[in-house]
Write a protein that binds this ligand. Structure first.
Ligand code: HEM
Length: 438
């Protein structure tokens, strides 16, 4: 960031359109209350980072290209930290103002993902009489693999009461459907949906928080935070180069995920194809489910039962039908007692593609711990994120799971959202431009 910026970088950045006058006004006008809230959020994440020693393992210079055919943050090797935010657009905002906001966000995201500050004057080079454009807490630790991924909620196209605020209703793809209600859903609608979402992932929690905090600030007066979620510890591998991590139940999670090194499978299951609406081709649907895990109940369950519920060995993640972590489960194999080795109601059996018309998804979720309740139970779980080429695919697998998966007894879904992540963009374009021009 700042000090490391060369003259060449500055010239390239200055040649860009920069933030709109409205964005610059927002940076001046966010007010003390908003800033104080942002600072408190950042501080709590730093505490978590220090406790894990995660900061030391970070490589601040790691960066991924922002521009491209697809948005980054989907097949990008899953980073270790996430700050996810959903925004509602201000009442009365017009179509041109929405485009301007998307352009401002694109400009800032294209910079921070490359380790620059949100604008050229950034944290230190602006007027001493004005608040700085950049809040400064990512200087020297960024980008740490930061990706910023934007998604559009259904309400952007048309509100629940049928109002077409931006002349986009006709562009709503047919396959953009809501999640059906599942068993064990206890959905808090205030923590779900939103007009636009931003997923910021980085190997440094403060960098991810800096991204959301500054993008929120730029949007002041045009969009406001509806809900947000911090996540730590990736719960999947999206590249074969990554080791399978463990989730808060101590299980290896992400073994059978789709990986970036399988482009044909990614094309088939993740990217929206030409069969959908033309403008969204190359995009993906992001399904976010905030799933509370009853940690204390699970911790009292016998090891053998924990493994039966999952259908996998807890130590190495191998299916209970035998083999090693990456062996395919055999759903017909029986033990000496004549019982199936992989219970047909185990999680793996319920969600495996063989039992779901071949449907697959790219899982990219994060653990969360948001304090505890009055009884001393952790408010913890998995902020489950899946990328799929149509929400219906995800819903089919999830319904199969919600029906009677043994796992469901230990889970409670408390928030649910679907966003359409538009395709990527070239330098000079803004995110979602295809929606407004095609
Ligand atoms: C807190 C909730 C959940 C936990 C703790 C969890 C945990 C796991 C674990 C440990 C595995 C086995 C290892 C692996 O292949 O990754 C797995 C596999 C999988 N899970 Fe979940 N899961 C959860 C929710 C869900 C949900 C909501 C879905 C979507 C409907 C889902 C879909 C899958 C799929 C598709 C697989 C791979 C199956 C295969 O191809 O063998 N999971 N999950």
């Amino acid at each position: 960031m700042g000090e490391e910026q060369t003259e060449g970088d500055k010239t390239a950045a200055e040649a860009k359109p920069g933030l709109s006058r409205r964005a610059l006004m927002a940076l001046v006008g966010t007010g003390a209350a908003g800033l104080a809230a942002g600072a408190a959020g950042a501080a709590s994440v730093v505490a978590i980072a220090n406790a894990n020693g995660a900061g030391a393992a970070n490589n601040p210079t790691l960066s991924y290209p922002f521009y491209g055919k697809h948005q980054a943050g989907i097949v990008t090797p899953a980073q270790d930290r996430m700050h996810f935010a959903a925004f509602d657009l201000a009442e009365g905002l017009g179509r041109e103002e929405l485009i301007e906001l998307l352009s401002d966000w694109t400009y800032a995201a294209s910079r921070i993902t490359q380790g620059l500050e949100v604008s050229v004057s950034g944290a230190f080079d602006g007027s001493p009489m004005m608040p700085p454009d950049d809040t400064g807490e990512a200087v020297g630790i960024s980008p740490a693999g930061l990706t910023v991924t934007f998604g559009f909620g259904k309400s952007l196209f048309e509100t629940a009461d049928g109002i077409d605020r931006f002349g986009l209703a006709a562009k709503l793809p047919k396959e953009f459907t809501d999640m059906p209600k599942m068993k064990n859903d206890f959905i808090n609608r205030d923590q779900s949906d939103g007009d636009i979402c931003i997923q910021a992932c980085s190997n440094d929690p403060q960098v991810a928080v800096h991204a959301i905090r500054n993008l929120t600030r730029i949007a002041f007066g045009r969009a406001q935070l509806r809900w947000s979620q911090l996540g730590f510890g990736r719960t999947s591998s999206t590249s074969t180069a990554q080791e399978t991590p463990r989730n808060l139940f101590g299980q290896k999670d992400g073994t059978m995920n789709l990986h970036a090194e399988e482009p044909e499978l990614i094309d088939e299951h993740v990217w929206i194809s030409g069969a959908g609406s033309a403008w969204s081709t190359g995009g993906s649907y992001l399904v976010a489910r905030r799933i509370n895990m009853t940690i204390e109940v699970w911790d009292g369950v016998q090891l053998g039962e924990q493994e039966r519920v999952t259908g996998r060995n807890k130590r190495d993640g191998a299916p209970l039908s035998g083999g090693t972590e990456f062996s395919q489960p055999d759903f017909t194999a029986k033990g000496e007692d004549g019982q199936l080795l992989v219970d047909e109601r185990s999680h793996v059996a319920r969600v495996h593609p063989d039992n779901n018309d071949g449907i697959r998804m790219l899982r990219r979720g994060y653990n969360f711990v948001d304090g505890n309740d009055a009884q001393g139970r952790l408010n913890a779980g998995l902020f489950f994120i899946a990328f799929v080429s149509a929400p219906e695919q995800f819903a089919k697998v999830h319904q199969n799971m919600a029906r009677d998966d043994l796992f469901v007894e230990y889970l409670k879904t408390t928030a649910s959202s679907v966003f359409l992540v538009p395709p990527g963009m070239a330098d000079g374009e803004y995110v979602g431009q295809q929606l407004f021009t095609a």
